[in-house]
Design a binder for this molecule. Structure first.
Ligand code: ADP
Length: 396
């Protein structure tokens, strides 16, 4: 059974076709600049040269049409006909309180997704465009929506409620939702396997550290706290996002003459590692500058490591202990120095890293040494595979 996974952004579309008997990727690709000049599709299949198609794509439907054509192309395609696609899994960003798990898409689900759009105005409409275009192109194929927020619907009230007037929760659904749920779920399952234990018996902290970054406390397989909030702006310092700041800074800046949109733009696009270092939002660039003695680059990294470490401390308190800490995503999987800097302040948890395994990159491995009281692991995340697994389970 082949499952097509679609991740639709406002002007981009990522896809993967997986053979779920082996969980192997048959083909994957990326379309960029949909609806803008210079639309481009890059399609790859293992063992074949990359195919690049530069052609105007005014809509997501046109882009998806070209993706389907690439998948069945006699030269570089990987299936004979679209009938070999048994189901489609869509990444959906915000499921609000409506969706606590993945769901088979029907008209009612689409209506609910439209209602959730208010909470994710940049992401959900793009996801919906992708879903609707796919339904037109593959009308008889079952489709499943997999939400970034769903895994965190198990948070208890004390973790998800903001201490604002209660009617703001009732009126506008203002609460912590959390994101990266598909990734946190995937790596927690893989960590339990690596530790040779049952997920239901473990207290884990998953650190998804990429351009966007969040931590998740996972007790007995369930998310009990996470660092992003109503939106993905909350929590850690990120590539360009500020994470948690004193909320009074916002009216302070507005009183200084900034518009609300300007403040929003500063917090989302000009802050974080970029804002502090003044160099780049990319951790590799900032690590490079810090190594050459740039003090602001070093400060940007110090803030990042400090926030990850203190949030780990908070989640140990939330779960009354921790058995395993997981590092994942671009920085978490690759930056030996960041992992060492974060874990260097966790000696009270009995953590000691093994410098040899910690120097490995991008493979699932235990990086704490054998005497460490808490197991520390690197687990490469695979959100597409998690989406495909959920899709297979529901669309069968
Ligand atoms: P996102 O999916 O949120 O865009 P990723 O998970 O791809 O982010 O992570 C991207 C981040 O990971 C970038 O800031 C990049 O610099 C960082 N990264 C990737 N490889 C390394 C590395 N070897 N050392 C340090 N940082 C790295």
């Amino acid at each position: 059974m082949n499952v097509l996974v679609i991740n639709c952004g406002s002007s981009s579309l990522k896809y993967q076709l997986l053979d779920m008997t082996t969980e192997e990727v048959l083909a994957k690709g990326l379309v960029e600049r949909i609806g803008i000049e210079g639309s481009v599709l890059v399609h790859e299949a293992p063992g074949q040269d990359k195919v690049k198609l530069v052609q105007p794509m005014k809509t997501h439907k046109e882009a998806l049409n070209l993706v389907m054509a690439a998948l069945v192309d006699p030269a570089h395609g990987v299936v004979k006909s679209l009938e070999e696609i048994s189901a489609v899994g869509h990444r959906a960003v915000h499921g609000a309180e409506t969706f606590s798990d993945s769901v088979v898409i029907d008209d009612a689900v689409i209506k609910s997704l439209e209602e959730c759009s208010e909470l994710a105005p940049l992401h959900n409409p793009a996801n919906l465009i992708g879903i609707n275009a796919c339904r037109e192109l593959l009308p008889n194929v079952p489709m499943v929506a997999v939400f970034d927020t769903a895994f965190h619907q198990t948070l208890p009230g004390e973790a998800f409620m903001y201490p604002l007037p209660y009617e703001l929760y009732e009126k506008f659904k203002i609460r912590k939702y959390g994101f990266h749920g598909t990734s946190h779920k995937f790596v927690s399952q893989a960590a339990a396997e690596l530790m040779g234990k049952k997920l239901e018996d473990l207290k884990l902290i998953s650190c998804h550290l990429g351009n966007g970054a969040s931590l998740c406390a996972i007790k007995n397989g369930k998310s009990v706290d996470t660092s992003m909030g109503l939106t993905p702006l909350a929590g850690l310092e990120m590539g360009t996002r500020c994470g948690d700041i004193d909320p009074a800074i916002i009216p302070f800046l507005v009183n200084k003459g900034y518009t609300v949109d300007e403040v929003d733009n500063i917090m989302n696009k000009k802050s974080g590692v970029l804002g502090v270092s003044g160099i780049s939002s990319d951790f590799r660039d900032v690590e490079g500058a810090a190594n050459s003695g740039n003090k602001r680059a070093q400060l940007a990294l110090d803030i990042f490591h400090y926030r990850v470490r203190t949030t780990i401390g908070a989640y140990v308190a939330a779960m009354d202990g921790v058995d395993g800490i997981i590092f994942t995503a671009g920085l978490g999987e690759n930056s030996t120095t960041s992992r060492a800097a974060i874990c260097g302040g966790l000696k009270y948890l009995g953590i000691t890293l093994d410098p040899v395994t910690n120097s490995k990159r991008g493979e699932a491995t235990v990086i704490s040494d054998k005497d460490s009281k808490t197991t520390v692991m690197v687990i490469p995340t695979n959100e597409e595979l998690m989406i495909a697994r959920d899709t297979l389970a529901l669309a069968k």
